[in-house]
Write a protein that binds this ligand. Structure first.
Ligand code: ADP
Ligand code: ZN
Length: 743
């Protein structure tokens, strides 16, 4: 995806002029609610609307904000029609956004209103941005005695524009209380300024780095696509450290020169301070940001700035795809293979695929960048739908790291330890040489399982089919699926035995414990989403690594992305086999991508890097490919297997997850689905079966998996099937087209 499906389905021409509706007449208004479709409303006499206008309409006893979607159907009796209350003062939703909303709804089998909700994010985003309070001089009054401090404030204001209270206090060298006092005394008066949203405008002609010749070739090809101003997809395929970011920055610059807006999608986790710094270094000003950490007022300001065309570059996580860019000229999806582009909850969509849909609706190019492209994207390249641009070497002559496997069967760690003698020695050597090392283990906490030695009880989450993970730094047991936490018990909760609970297996905290025992003098830190909870904390830690205030970092995948550490020469992967357990469709592909990314942190500057993979399966194709560096051979074998079994990207999958608090009802619905499942004509349905997480957040879960040949009418048959099954209240059927998670 989105191969044949997306490229063959016509998207109505987004450049069509919007239709106008002068009252009295009828329009359809789509509301950001999970309703079956748009509702008809009357446009009263004297009101004129056009498609895309944001309007307030009555719904039951409430008023709701919606979008004019088109002409009324005429199917509602005139006496039942209600009047549109009125439009609100924001630019209309661009046609390409409404087309994308419709396309995503149809593709994911979701109500269009549920997709629209993502495009409106919080409806508060549509309120006018809150003005900012500032002060200016008011008429001088002589009956007020002036202190020195007050006089200084007045002097600052005497020659200049109104200032925010904090600015004023800083410039005058006084406390904010002095400013407030002056306002109370009537010597200065408040004025409301429009919010300042943009801290400078990215400048395409700001001097950037000089590109190497292969970088220039790739950049030129991308710039040509931007200038052609037509739909097209390019894969920017380059090893870690080859300068993909610098190359796509040139495409960004080209779009800016044409007065167009740009959207750069990053996996949430990769939206790092380092990326922002590099953007600023290239363009002299920061981009606007869009992700889950924004406050609602930042959201509002940014949404407006995008809608008004004032934000020229937005960098964001997947939901940025639905922002109302009126003059979008380019989309970049960096780390295009990253699984976090797939949204699992609610509307299950893949942001990389929908970026292609969005680009097509706007007739603009999209760039997919990766060191380990997904098989989906490579299949599109192979089929000639996407063009590929290669950067085969690291920039500046840095060598690719040397990768070796440690066969854990031959070199086992000692009891209650997780690092083999070889890795322990390599760590010691690296730190002794004044270089840095990184240990990678994709598991937070101290130990993934707590077991009672007396009765064999394993401590499980009360709401999920999952073990509770011990976090020794906080003294708690946590469920990593629903967030349930409890103090770590001293006695077995089942048999009450004292001192019988034992930790099984390692998490990053436990590996850190081992390293401290091994090298008590080494400066080390743990980097995981729970130990480094905020972007600021992550930035600080990254700075400490860069400035060599740390010798060793032990981390999960949040450490694998994007960072550039010149002194880091050793990467040790504690359990390279971890991602292969469970064996879902993409286990090998994903493990290869992750190991590659982690390995890519080593030796990015002059000093050569090495990577040690601890594995019990050194002959596994993933390990073999890591050792030989034969990425393309590995991917070719992977895709052959998929092709032979008609699995994605050579066939299609859809998952149905039936869930609810009442297990019996869930089973009934799942069985009914199984009985009426479509069969034949290139479609096969597996299940129902209990999901691997048979219980999640207190809900019972059953799964069905639909396997379809490419040419089968998957969507049509799914729709007909689902329409025929009665779903009682309390039970939900979630549809996941192109599933990435099988849990
Ligand atoms: P990738 O995204 O392909 O892993 P990056 O874009 O992060 O590679 O580049 C790796 C490092 O090399 C970065 O620190 C980047 O600033 C630097 N770099 C890449 N190209 C150039 C160049 N042409 N001139 C100077 N530095 C560069
Ligand atoms: Zn849980």
């Amino acid at each position: 995806m989105p191969d044949s499906e997306t490229s063959s389905r016509p998207v109505p021409d987004a450049q069509d002029p919007p239709a106008r509706f002068a009252g009295p007449c009828e329009v359809q208004v789509l509301l950001p609610l999970p309703l079956a479709g748009a509702y008809d409303y009357r446009v009263p006499e004297g009101m004129t609307l056009q498609t895309g206008d944001f309007v307030v309409v009555p719904l039951g006893r409430r008023e709701e904000l919606g979008v004019v979607w088109g002409a009324g159907t005429g199917e509602v009796a005139p006496e039942k029609l209600k009047d549109v209350v009125g439009p609100i003062d924001v630019p209309p939703m661009p046609p390409a956004v409404s087309k994308t909303v419709e396309w995503v709804a149809a593709y994911t089998l979701s109500p269009p209103g549920a997709v629209l909700r993502m495009a409106m994010s919080v409806s508060a985003a549509l309120d006018p941005p809150r003005p900012i309070l500032a002060y200016r001089l008011s008429a001088t009054r002589d009956d007020v005695r002036l202190t020195d401090a007050r006089r200084r404030v007045l002097a600052v204001l005497a020659d200049g524009p109104p200032r925010l209270p904090a600015e004023l206090a800083r410039e005058a060298g006084v406390g904010v209380g002095v400013v407030k006092g002056l306002a109370d005394a009537g010597l200065i008066e408040p004025v409301m300024l429009p919010p300042r949203l943009i801290a400078g405008v990215p400048d395409p002609d700001h001097p950037g780095p000089t590109l190497s010749s292969p970088q220039q070739d790739a950049a030129r090809a991308l710039v040509e696509m931007v200038e052609a101003d037509a739909f097209g997809v390019a894969l920017l395929d380059g090893v870690t450290g080859s300068g993909k970011t610098e190359v796509y920055f040139e495409a960004v610059a080209a779009a800016l020169r044409r007065g167009r807006q740009v959207l750069v999608l990053l996996p949430e986790i990769a939206l790092t301070a380092q990326w922002l710094q590099r953007f600023r270094a290239r363009f002299g000003a920061p981009p606007a940001e869009w992700h889950s950490d924004l406050t609602s007022s930042q959201r509002r300001t940014t949404w407006r700035a995008v809608a008004e065309g004032a934000a020229s570059v937005v960098v964001g996580a997947r939901s940025a795809l639905f922002l109302p860019f009126p003059k979008l000229g380019l989309i970049v999806a960096d780390e295009e293979h990253d699984q976090s582009y797939k949204q699992e909850d609610g509307v299950a969509y893949h942001a990389r695929d929908m970026a292609v849909v969005r680009a097509r609706a706007s007739a603009i190019p999209v760039v997919l960048a990766s060191a380990t492209p997904s098989l989906e994207t490579l299949a599109n390249v192979e089929a000639g739908r996407y063009r590929a641009l290669q950067l085969p070497e690291r920039h500046g002559g840095a060598a690719m790291p040397h990768v070796a496997a440690i066969d854990m069967r031959k070199h086992p760690p000692s009891r209650q330890s997780w690092l083999s003698p070889i890795l322990r020695q390599a760590l010691a050597e690296t730190v002794a040489a004044g270089e840095q090392a990184m240990l990678f283990l994709n598991r937070r906490g101290y130990a993934p399982l707590t077991l009672c030695r007396a009765c064999g009880h394993r401590i499980q989450c009360p709401h999920c089919t999952a073990w509770m993970v011990e976090h020794r730094l906080t003294g708690r047991l946590m469920c990593h699926h629903c967030g349930t936490g409890m103090p770590a018990p001293r006695n077995c909760p089942e048999c009450g035995a004292a001192d019988a609970l034992v930790a099984c297996g390692p998490g990053v905290e436990r590996v850190a414990e081992e390293v401290v025992a091994l090298m008590p003098q080494a400066r080390l830190a743990i980097m995981a989403s729970d130990t480094v909870a905020t972007p600021a904390a992550a930035e600080e830690l990254v700075g400490q690594v860069r400035d060599h205030q740390l010798d060793l970092v032990i981390g999960t995948q949040i450490m694998a992305k994007g960072h550039h550490f010149p002194l880091l020469t050793l990467v040790g992967v504690v359990d390279a086999d971890l991602g292969l357990a469970g064996g879902d469709l993409r286990a090998s592909e994903r493990t290869f991508q992750l190991l590659n990314q982690v390995a890519g942190r080593a030796g990015r500057a002059e000093r050569p890097g090495r990577v040690l993979l601890q594995t019990y399966m050194p002959d596994h194709p993933v390990m073999a490919a890591m050792l030989s560096g034969d990425r393309d051979g590995f991917l070719a074998a992977e895709s052959e297997t998929r092709r032979a079994h008609f699995m994605p990207p050579y066939g299609r999958l859809a998952a149905l997850i039936v869930s609810g608090a009442d297990g019996r009802r869930v089973d009934e619905v799942a069985r009914a689905l199984g009985k009426s499942a479509p069969r034949g004509e290139g479609i096969e349905v597996l299940g129902p079966a209990p999901a691997p997480f048979a219980m999640l957040r207190g809900r019972h879960r059953r799964r069905l998996l639909v396997k379809a040949r490419k040419e089968a009418n998957l969507h049509g048959r799914l729709r007909a099937w689902l329409a025929g099954v009665k779903v009682p209240t309390g039970v939900r059927i979630q549809v996941d087209i192109d599933p990435y998670s099988f849990l």
